[in-house]
Ligand binder design. Sequence first.
Ligand code: PNS
Length: 190
Amino acid sequence: MRRSGTRGDQMGNARRQRSLAVFPGSFDPITNGHLDIVDRGLRVFDRLRLAILVNPDKKPLFSIEERVSLIRSAYKGNRRVEVDTFSGLLVDYAERVGATVIIRGIRAISDFEYEFQMALMNRRLNPSIETVFMMPAESYSYVSSRLVKEVFQLGGRITDLVPPVVERRLREVYGTPIKTPPAQGRRRTR
Ligand code: PNS
């Protein structure tokens, strides 16, 4: 018979606690790169909560309410995905909601230094919360919310980079984007 408090039990408890992971970010707006990380996170954790930082110092394109609503629309019907907002320290928020894991996506080595610093600071602030890095599919390695907004505003195609609901909303905010002129070299003379 197994005694309580053995290493196996402790691992079991830890596994149960790990089943809620927090995926924090600005999500201004959510992209398909974020969705890819959520899908990967759901393979490992039972529930995943996207937590949008309320940051009064930033001037986002979409309000907090709009960002929540865009994420909810993208995940309509999926009960394993939750959306919330938070302010203050991320580790305090994670502890408050009973998550012991923070998920962050790493697209390229350039992301790593900042993410590594944050993960270590978060560990110092609360050693019981673990950061897990996940890599999105290579096809999203160059996708960011900032570039998506810039490309759309300048008339570039963002289909396949964001959920359809986000593209629709961007169109409402910016109007129909300017059409990209054909490349010089490919222009027909007649
Ligand atoms: O999508 P982003 O903007 O890269 O997300 C950054 C975020 C929200 C994860 C980070 O700014 C954060 O966790 N802020 C909360 C404040 C906090 O806990 N700061 C200490 C982090 S070491």
